[in-house]
Ligand binder design. Sequence first.
Ligand code: C2E
Ligand code: CA
Ligand code: CA
Length: 443
Amino acid sequence: MHNESSALLLGKIHARRVRVALYAGGSLLIFMGLSWGLFFITQRLWLMIGIDVLMFVVGLTCLWLTKHNFTRSASFLMLISLFFMLCGMNVFLDIPNSVAPRSLHNFLLFFALYAHFILQGENKWVKYGVPLIFLAAFLVFASSNAGIVTNYVISDQIRIGGTWFNNVIAIIILCMMLYIMQADLSKQNKISRDISVALLDHQFVLYYQPVVDNQGIVFGAEALLRWNHPVRGLVSPSEFIPLAEQSGLIVPLGRWVLHSASQQLALWAKNPLTAHFTLAVNVSTQQFHEVDFVTHVLSSIKKTGANTSKLKIEITESVLIHDMEDVVAKMNELKSAGIGFSLDDFGTGFSSLNYLKRLPLDQIKIDQSFVRDILFKPKDAMIARTIISLGHDLGLVVIAEGVENKNQRDFLIENGCFSFQGFMFSEPLPVKEFERFAKVSLD
Ligand code: C2E
Ligand code: CA
Ligand code: CA
C-alpha cells in the first residue's frame, strides 16, 4: 500500500505533464470555440454557434476539473466530447466535395496520440482502446466521402478557408504533443542515466532495520536500499525503485543489493554475537522473473560465503501473478539451498489463499497499513488477527511491520504475533549503528 501512497517520482513527472496537456487541450477547445463561434455569429449560422458554445463550455470545464485535481474526469470529459463533436461534424458538416477537402478528421489523428498520452495511467484496454477508436474514425473519414448531406450546408467558400485554419491548428497540436512527449522522455532518460551512474559510482547503500522478538531482542534485520545522492542527500527507495523498475535497472541494482547483503551476512557469521542474525532482502517482481535469478542468487552466496539459512528473500504478492509454476520452481530451488522466503505486504495485493499452500514460505509480514490502525479500525484489527492465525496454521513466522507504539505491539502479542519491525524499536540504520542498537557492536 505504501507503493500507492508514496510520491513516485516518475508518476509525479508524468502527472504534471498530463496536467499541462489537459490545460493545453482545454485552452485549445476554448480558443476554437471562441474563434469559430465569433465567425459564425457574423454568418448567423445558429447551429454552428451552438456547437462552438458547447466546445467552449467543455474546454472551460476541463480547465476547472484539472485545476481542482480531477484530472481523470477532465481527461474522459475531453476525450468523449471531442470524439462525438468531431465525428458529428465530420458526418454532417464537413463533407468533402470537388471544391473543398475535408479537414476536421485530421484532429482525430492527433487526438489519438493525445489520448494515449493522457491515459498512460489507465489499464491497457483503455490506454490502447481509446486511441484505437480515434484512429478507426480517422481511417473512415480520411478514406471515404462518408457523410450525410443535410440542408444545413456551410458554403464552400467558408469551408475552403476553414480547411486552412483547421489544418494549421492540427499541425500546432502535433508539434505541441511531440514537444510534451519528448520532454517526458528526456526526463525519464535523465533519471535512468543518474541511476546507472550511481551504481557505478557506489552511491547506493544498505540500511538495516532491526527485527525484534517480544522481549525487544534483535534477531535479524531487513536490508533497505538508500541512494546517497551527491546533491539530494539520502533518497528514499519509494522515489527511485519504480524508476529503476521502469528502466530495467532494477535487475543490476537488485543484484548489487543481494551481493551486499550476502557480504554482510558473511561478516556477521564470523562474530558469535551476530552469527544468528537473519537478513531479509527485498526482491522486486521483475528481478525475480529474470531467467538467471536463481543462478545469480546462488553465485552471490558462493562468492561471499554467506550462510544461506540466514538469508530471507522478501517477495510481494505481485510476483505470484505471472506463471505460478515458474515461481514455485524457482522458490523450491533456492529453498533446497537453504534460503528462506518471506511474503511482504501481505493482505494488500492479490490475496488468493490458495497460493499460500503451494509456496515454500517461511514468513509472512503483516502490512504496515493494517498495523497503523489496528487499535482504531476494527476491520484492520480483524485482518491482522486473521493473518496471524492463518500464518500459524500454515506453520509460518508472522512479522508485523510498522509497529510504532507499545499499544500496537501489545495488541499483536495478545493475538499471537511475536516478531516486530517498526519505528517503536528503530528506524532503518547504517550497519554500524544497527550493530550498536543490537548491542553486538565491538566498537
Ligand atoms: P517495504 O519492503 O515494505 O519496507 C518497509 C518500509 O517501511 C521501509 O521504507 C521502512 O523504513 C518503513 N518503515 C519501517 N518501520 C516503519 C514504521 O514504524 N512506520 C512507518 N511509517 N514506516 C516504517 P523504505 O526503506 O522507505 O522502503 C520503501 C520500500 O522500498 C520498501 O517497502 C520496499 O518495497 C522498497 N525497497 C527498499 N529497499 C529495496 C531493495 O533493496 N530492493 C527492492 N526491490 N525494493 C526495495
Ligand atoms: Ca520488505
Ligand atoms: Ca512491507
